[in-house]
Ligand binder design. Sequence first.
Ligand SMILES: *Cc1c(COP(=O)(O)O)cnc(C)c1O
Length: 233
Amino acid sequence: MNSIADNICAVRQQIAESAARCGRAPDSVRLLAVSKTRSADELRQACEAGQRAFGENYLQEALDKIEALKDLALEWHFIGPIQSNKTRPIAEHFDWVHSVDRIKVARRLSEQRPAGLPPLNVCLQVNISAEASKSGCLPDQVAELAREVASLPGLRLRGLMAIPEASGVPAEQRRPFAALRQLLEQLREELPQLDTLSMGMSGDMSAAIEEGATIVRIGTALFGPRDYSRPNP
Ligand SMILES: *Cc1c(COP(=O)(O)O)cnc(C)c1O
């Protein structure tokens, strides 16, 4: 099996190639290493290979790793579902949150963001394929939510995030990413500071980059398949 360092190198190469194919600069796409279920030691290896930004889904697991790795200058992104009674540790320990989908959570994160830290970077999660079972606000709710979130002093609204239904067909992969990009373009008429499209995972990162992703969230292609039977690290 390849080492984490080899995988990071290969994924960065793939990002650069996808960006080049559509005339984008390679550094216009950031690699977020999705490290759920991975041990602090695996994150340390990724950091040694030059990776700084890590995405976590489960709060307690993330807090344990943030504590274990506090000697490193890492950037932490919360990308999982948010319970409104668990916002305080997110506001205190993360640099970004990609999964804000309702105003109640946004208000709490803003109020609970410590005064000594810069505003928390936030993306609104959109249920772009409108599946009832998934989290994320509906596309026709996003403008109102964005307006309210943009006015909260503890937050800095950066853009939109989506997790479309997986498809192995490249032409189908692009459709929901194009829809998210169009939604961001509409919002930017009112909120021109928005600069982020968080979209694309291991199986569909090229399609996402071709539709304008500025952050791709990659787990499996960096760390190998996840094993949920292991106890949390
Ligand atoms: C797990 C996860 C990813 C990474 O998925 P891979 O297919 O392993 O690259 C990206 N985004 C979110 C929100 C996730 O939960």
